[in-house]
Design a binder for this molecule. Structure first.
Ligand code: HGY
Ligand code: MN
Ligand code: MN
Length: 442
């Protein structure tokens, strides 16, 4: 394969990669980036400036329509796969060469912020269209990617679109992926013509991808606390998620003596307290930080004057250490059974997903570091406590992530904020990383 065209500006960087010095002169269009980010964040706007675009909701579909429009406007070749993942391609170089992909997601949690996801999608769009407008000679195509269903908020199942592209989802994995209204994810997929036997057709041929890069807000306090502007991600924590369903007996809240009750919600309350205790204690024993959360619960009959007969908890346990996560998840499941036994009520544990923490590509770290150092940008090499599409793409290609700071570490909250200057710096560093990776000799 002929070596990438050497522009008059090219020089060999310290890392030995040929990169086109001219890229330093190709800068993103900040105004356009922030304008488009703003346009996306107006879709699904709710109380207190919150944003809600749950996967496969009208709002989320509208955000994807806007992206398709922006990609088309930028002259990218748009491909939408069967589940709705969007790929905007620029054949900047040899169209047959494996492409460099960059993107993230547009779906959100309920009453979330404006930046989680869109910063990576619009940041990637801005980087690619800036390169395309400048006709920068690259040795391979570039693709802007928007994955559907990155958030676990609706079905408990996260990184859906990227998991399908990575070919790591089997229909049986979706058995307990049900939303608050009882809609099954499996039924939504079959309404799209996606079944057990054709799920694998969504997998991307790994040979067609050179690397995947994702710009994302940190969603934590580290960059701000260390006064750094860029995070370079080493690995991504992974969740073990499951539902715990306690079934006791609904009863009259006025006539039923305490000792006769089979109160499902009180059982749940004991388990929730234990999850906090086990996760905190395990972390303090320095065996690997673990976080445990019950973010959603359903109670039946759920009225003030009836003893709850049923309580369904959605449990999310995470760690960057697989061993620590498994250990705490096991402790919690065992305690769930013990509580049911002691209270003589029934318990069911419904697995949703059990994922392994993912190391990102070590080769991309020095490359992104070099760009930050050339720009004199303070960076932090760090793990990600949040899950991302990069954790799935890392299963089929080299994957790298660039973080920008979250104000006061707040995320999944309308208060989520990242300074526009940081977003633009992140997008510029993404642009230059894309160019170096695209022009790396394979
Ligand atoms: O839940 C997460 O880790 C991410 O925000 N999807
Ligand atoms: Mn999120
Ligand atoms: Mn995200």
């Amino acid at each position: 394969e002929e070596s990438p065209p050497r522009s008059p500006f090219s020089k060999v960087s310290k890392a030995g990669n040929i990169f086109i010095a001219g890229t330093m002169n190709i800068t993103i269009d900040k105004e356009r980036l922030l304008h488009d980010l703003n346009a996306v964040s107006r879709i699904g706007l709710g109380d207190h400036g919150s944003v809600t675009r749950l996967v496969f909701s009208i709002k989320e579909l509208r955000s994807r329509q806007l992206l398709i429009h922006l990609m088309t406007q930028a002259g990218l070749k748009v491909h939408i796969d069967r589940i709705g993942n969007i790929f905007g391609r620029w054949n900047g170089g040899n169209p047959k060469a494996p492409a460099v992909l960059a993107g993230s997601h547009l779906d959100t949690v309920v009453q979330g912020g404006k930046f989680d996801g869109p910063v990576g999608v619009i940041g990637a769009l801005e980087a690619v269209r800036s390169l395309k407008e400048n006709k920068l000679p690259l040795s391979c195509p570039l693709e802007v990617v928007c994955f559907v269903g990155e958030e676990s908020s609706r079905f408990g199942f996260s990184t859906l679109g990227s998991s399908l592209v990575a070919g790591v989802v089997h229909i049986k994995d979706l058995a307990n992926a049900v939303d608050a209204h009882g809609t099954k994810l499996e039924d939504i997929l079959s309404s799209m013509g996606i079944y057990r036997d054709n799920l694998a057709s969504l997998k991307r041929d790994p040979a067609s991808v050179k690397a995947y890069l994702e710009l994302h807000i940190e969603q934590g306090p580290i960059l701000e606390a260390k006064n750094k502007r860029i995070g370079i991600v080493t690995s991504i924590a992974a969740p073990t998620r499951f539902k715990v369903v306690y079934t006791g007996q609904a009863d009259h809240s006025g006539t039923t003596p305490m000792e006769m009750r089979k109160d499902a919600l009180v059982a749940a309350a004991h388990l929730i307290a234990y999850i906090e205790e086990a996760s905190s204690e395990y972390s303090q024993m320095d065996k690997g930080r673990v976080v445990g959360t019950v973010g959603a619960m359903k109670i039946e009959p759920g009225v003030i004057n009836a003893v709850p007969g049923k309580a369904e908890l959605s449990v999310d346990i995470r760690s960057i250490s697989a061993g620590a996560k498994e250990r705490v998840a096991r402790l919690v499941m065992d305690r769930a059974q013990e509580i049911a036994h002691l209270r003589e009520i029934a318990v069911e544990i419904l697995p949703i997903r059990d994922e392994t923490p993912v190391p990102l590509d070590e080769g991309l770290l020095p490359l992104i570091k070099e760009i930050c150092e050339e720009k004199g940008v303070a960076y932090e090499v760090m793990p990600s406590g949040a899950g991302h599409d990069a954790m799935q793409m890392a299963k089929i290609t080299r994957a790298g992530m660039i973080f920008v700071p979250s104000k006061r570490g707040i995320s999944h909250n309308p208060m989520e904020w990242t300074d526009p200057e940081d977003i633009c710096l992140g997008a510029q560093i993404l642009l230059e990383t894309i160019v170096r990776v695209a022009n790396e000799k394979t």
